[in-house]
Every structure is written in C-alpha cells, then in structure tokens.
Design a protein around this ligand. Sequence first.
Ligand code: ZN
Length: 436
Amino acid sequence: MTFSETSPSDNWHIKNVRIVDPYTHTDALGDIFIAGGCFVSEKLPEMLTLDATGLWAVPRMVDIHVHFREPGQEHKEDLVSGSRAAAAGGFSAVAAMPNTDPVIDNPALISWEGAHGREIGLIDLWPLGAVTKASAGKELAELALMEAAGAMGFSDDGKPIASGRIMRAALSYATMLKHPIVQHAEDLDLSEGTVMHEGQISHRLGLPGVPAAAEAAMVWRDVELSLLTQGRLHVAHVTALGSLEAVAYAKRLGGPVTAEATPHHLLLTDQAVSDWQASPITKVNPPLRPLELRDALRKAVVTGLVSVIASDHAPHHDDEKMSPYPQAPYGISGLETSIGAVFSSLLHTGLMDPLTLLERMTSGPHQALGAWYPGVVPGARADLTLIDPELLWVVEPRTFYSRGHNTPMAGMQLKGKAVATMLGGRWTMREGQVLA
Ligand SMILES: [Zn+2]
C-alpha cells in the first residue's frame, strides 16, 4: 500500500523526520505520533508508519493574507478552490481578506464564511472583517460584533484607509479587541494611474511608476496613530525602506506594530517587468521593487523586524489579467508557490536557518493576528506540513488548484515544496494531490 492509498483518518507514526517547530523552538530529528486527530506522546497499536527521511515536519503553517473572492467573483476563486490551493501549498490555516462583493463587513457574513470554511474542511479558514462599512473608508464597521462572530482581524485591504481620522478611530477601537487592524498602506494621490515601481525600468519601458514614498508615507502616519492610541496595527506587504524604518521606530518605542512581506517581493525585482516584456502578469500592488529594496526587505525578514511572510494570494481570471497594462487588475496567485519562493529566497541563499525562517510562516503570523497554537505537543490538534526542502520543481500555473494562474514565477525553477498537509490528524494533501 502506498502513502496515498491509506485512509485519510488513519493514526500515524511519522518516523525519521526533522521536526522544525517554531512554536516550541524545536529543531531536531525525531518521530511524531498522531492519534484521534491529535499529537500523542508514544506509538500506539494500529498506527501506520511513514518513513519521512529527508523531510521536515512543520506544525500549523498559516498564511494570513489571501483573497478567496467569494462572494461575488467566484470565476476568479471561491472558498473551495482557495481552500484546495492552500492545502496544496502546505497551509493548514489562512486568513481571508474581506474585499469581496458584497464586502464582508458584518457579523452575519463573518459567520457564514467561517461555517462554509468548516464545511469544506481542508483548512482553518479565518475570516477578516472590513474596518469600514463597505470598505468605503467613511464609517467604522461593527468590529466588536464581527470579532464575536469569528473575525480574526480587520482590513480594508485592496484600499488603504485614507482618512487619518478614521484610522485613528479604528486603532482606538482596536485597543478593546483581540485582533489587529491590517492596513494596505498607499497614498492614492501619489499612486493614481501608476502600474509599476518608479525607477530606471519604468522609465525605459515608458510605464507610469509609483515611488516607494507612496507606501512609506502612509506607514509612518499609521505607526504614529498606533503609538498615539496603542491600537494594534499590522502593516500588510511592506516593500519600502521608509516603511521598514517606521516599523523599527514603532518597535523601539514598544508600539503594538507588526509587518509582513510577500514571497514575490522577497524573490523578484522590477526587472521581472522587463523580462516579461511589460506583461501585466507582473502587475501587483505594491509593485515589484528594485534589487536594493528587495535585499533590504530580505534583511528585515532575517532580523525579525518583519515577523510575517504572507502570500497576498490574489487570483484573477486570465481574460482580465491579460488586458492592457493600465486596465489589468493587480495581483499574483501565490499560495502554491509560497514555500518554494521563500525557501529559494531565504533558505537556499544561506540567509536564514530553517527554524527562524519558518517562524515567519507559523508563530510570527499567529502572534500578529493575536492567535495561538501550542506546536507539536501531546494533546494539540495535529496540523502539520511535510516539506521536502531540497525538491527542485518548475512552476506550472496550469497545475494549480487555484483558479488563478496569474504568476510571474511561471516557468521558474524553485527549490522546496510541501509534499503533504494535515489538518486535525487528517491528510488534506498528499504527494501533491488534494483530497476531494
Ligand atoms: Zn493589499
């Protein structure tokens, strides 16, 4: 019997595996025992044995920034295809952004999304609620009621909260909540009409560019407001030097601020826009930045200034994504390339050790959202990813479980991939195949 023929609900003895567990700060060769959906301390009768020599076992990998498009844009993605993409990518939990149609800005929609996610049962689907009603930036949504219904954080992502007064009110309100305000930081006056980073390459290609200042200016404002109110702020997808300085300033003053980086900003530069001959496949917000900014971002992830890696998984239909550059929507389908892109950028370059790197995809994001998980300890729910860190593979978007095939990593060779994902003791993906 092969691994993929066993019952998904069997009890398991995973032997000879490198346990990389940032929750318990463990990095050691060992065995893992799973029974009744939980980790247990010893081998029990009727356990199946999996020899995982050469693989890493990482508990509860989480991606706290994904777009699953349901309700409203199911031709791009829905909660089923998104959940499958997450399991295929090695994740057992994701936080989904509320910029759907209608916007998820009330407790009824939060409850609906959470229940639908549990019904699908492939991942823990954590709903995020909008900060303002309809994400219109005018009036705060019912944050506390949404939190009571299961919201794990609040964001108008896709749009920044432009009004300083509204942002101040949201952060003040957040002091009474368990979960943070997540901001997509961008000065829309500066970025209007732009499609890529403003620099040598945008000038050469004749494409309108946005300076990193459009992001950094708003991160500085938000950091000041977080310090003023002591409200918890998580800054999504940082790419600018000024953003990193602002987050460092907040941390020096003990402010409740965290920040995240995406795999595509860690792997790629604006050279990709030129390599793809100005194809909108490279259009993403914030845009791919030049080498010096990418390397500064890598350094910030190494030091922990940026404590979260999250994909900003943004699937689009090919017809929309391949329209002319100005009209094409922003975004990269990222769940299924996340581990490969991150390992290629930060592990195989020798910049990070496995435990610290995986902190950014496990305990770091849990802390940023105010969530908690114990790690590989007896009694904990068995959420686990088996990773082959040395596996070389070529990105073939047509094989994605996601409906979005939009990625400038298409055709690239990456090193490192999830080979099995488990949720609550049940395999959700094995050898690349997601369970029906
Ligand atoms: Zn965003």
